[in-house]
Design a protein around this ligand. Structure first.
Ligand SMILES: Nc1ncnc2c1ncn2[C@H]1C[C@H](O)[C@@H](COP(=O)(O)OP(=O)(O)O)O1
Ligand SMILES: [Mg+2]
Length: 194
């Protein structure tokens, strides 16, 4: 089963909370037919299902902490296999959150061809998240949790970027610009893959 995704094009989409990962992924899906897998969305779907595992996950996510590595990875892998026949490539959004997650992903699934580093200033991310919180219904889009998520991002996720930079697959995207201008930079990075 896992063989099916062995040669798939894999793009990691990394950036702080509210940096614009989901927004750009949506546009990539529309133009390139990639499959968008947001680890956060997969986890939130599990929570919404009301399962026992979902309840445990909810408690962790509400605190702004990272859920156990194996749980996320299994969910991503299952979702990738489910789309293997129709997918032109995969956008792995919000994962890896720490270097260890990247290493496990490569062991169990495969190596990324590209890492899109969606970069925005902390103030910008906070502003966007507070605004998103007005309508998103996300339990973690409140100021207290936002601060924790940002701290964790700088501590755990920025090293991920450094790790893949050594391999030369990181493309840094200035996400302070308007959405369509950000996407113009994203397109160049994706086009280079072909
Ligand atoms: N380039 C941009 N300019 C202005 N607002 C943007 C933006 N990119 C995203 N946003 C808005 C949309 C959302 O309400 C909020 C967070 O975006 P998102 O795509 O949900 O971020 P992420 O998935 O990285 O958490 O910011
Ligand atoms: Mg998102």
């Amino acid at each position: 089963m896992a063989d099916k995704i062995k040669n798939a094009k894999i793009v990691f989409v990394v950036g702080g909370p509210g940096s614009g990962k989901g927004t750009q992924c949506e546009k990539i899906v529309a133009k390139y037919g990639y499959t968008h897998l947001s680890s956060g969305d997969l986890l939130r779907a599990e929570v919404a299902s009301g399962s026992e595992r979902g309840k445990q996950l909810q408690a962790i996510m509400q605190k702004g902490e990272l859920v156990p590595l194996d749980t996320v990875l299994d969910m991503i892998k299952d979702a990738m296999i489910a789309k293997a026949d129709v997918s032109k490539g995969y956008l792995i959004d919000g994962y890896p959150r720490e270097v260890k997650q990247g290493e496990e992903f490569e062991k169990k699934i495969g190596a990324p061809a590209l890492l899109l580093y969606i970069d925005a200033k902390a103030e910008t991310m906070v502003q966007r998240l507070v605004k998103r919180g007005e309508t998103s219904g996300r339990a973690d889009d409140n100021e207290e949790t936002i601060k924790k998520r940002l701290d964790l991002y700088y501590k755990a996720t920025e090293p991920v970027i450094a790790y893949y930079e050594k391999r030369g697959i990181v493309r840094k995207i200035n996400s302070e610009l308007p959405v369509d201008e950000v996407f113009a930079i994203v397109e160049k990075a994706i086009d280079e893959l072909k």
